[in-house]
Design a protein around this ligand. Sequence first.
Ligand code: PHE
Length: 351
Amino acid sequence: MQSKISQYTTEIEAFEPKTAEDLERFRIRFLGTKGIIKDLFDEFKSVSAEEKRVLGKVLNQFKQSAEAKFNAFKDDFTEQTNATNKEDLTLPGEGFQIGARHPLSLVRKQIVEIFKRLGFVLAEGPEIEDDWHNFSALNFPEEHPARDMQDTFFVQKPTGTESDEDTKQEAFALRTHTSSVQVRLMEARKPPFRALMPGRVYRNEAISARAHCFFHQVEGLYVDEKVSFADLKQTLYYFVQEMYGEGTKVRFRPSYFPFTEPSAEMDISCTICKGAGCPMCKQSGWVEILGCGMIDPNVLENVGIDSKKYTGFAFGMGIERITNLKYQIKDLRLFSENDVRFLKQFETEVI
Ligand code: PHE
């Protein structure tokens, strides 16, 4: 055993690796889990106690010299490899992924641009609303189903902070529509108004391909002297031509909203089959895109505007719906999953 060790020691002393591979071969041969040193230690177990005293020391020294040799060159080679990588500027870059603008942001931008051309300015309001701005000022009767726990997410006040003042205030909720921003705007300023109010809204719905617990709306408001239903029709007709292309037909169907009178829903000729009938429009040739109407005089009076002098119209549309009709997206959940493979498909469509 001793002679084997001295033979290996000469080999180790003479060893001079030229490449990282040489060094790796050395490591496997001597220091590897099935290498020479492991074998020697196994052999060492079966020698006599007397021999052990001498051999133990020799064997340990041998192991240390093999490790020292390996360590001496290890750093050289790792440094060398790094240095080569750093210096070779001709190597192709790694390339990194950049994100994409969200289709809902792109479409919101398009909607805003169109209405800006008609003189509409942007306005915003809070997502956590009180009953007055979301419902009462908008003429919702006390027992209206939209106030029901089914549709509205109520927000609990933090416990422990309740003062007498707080307990007197009514419940807070996540706004169920952007019509609440109309109220805030009309309370804060004097007519005339021509404003567009995009924002996120919340409804307590089970999440599926066709419904989500939050979505996005754009609210429009126009209040002045002598604003008529004809103004409303022409404004929305212009919007549709700009958004979906000239020749897209519109139709208004009578409807009901507590805050508009008369109220209507507007349909456009199906963007997919152009009115011929397809699954998207359920073979009818028409798809609904928004709700609208003349602002109910009660609402104007609620916010301190003289309803004898001023009239106005309002409309509200879902950005998801406008986007679906433009790009034929069949599952609403895609909008909130943030999968870049989905998001990247829309970028080229920026105006
Ligand atoms: N707020 C209504 C909704 O969410 C839409 C609407 C807005 C209708 C303005 C008429 C006027 O369904």
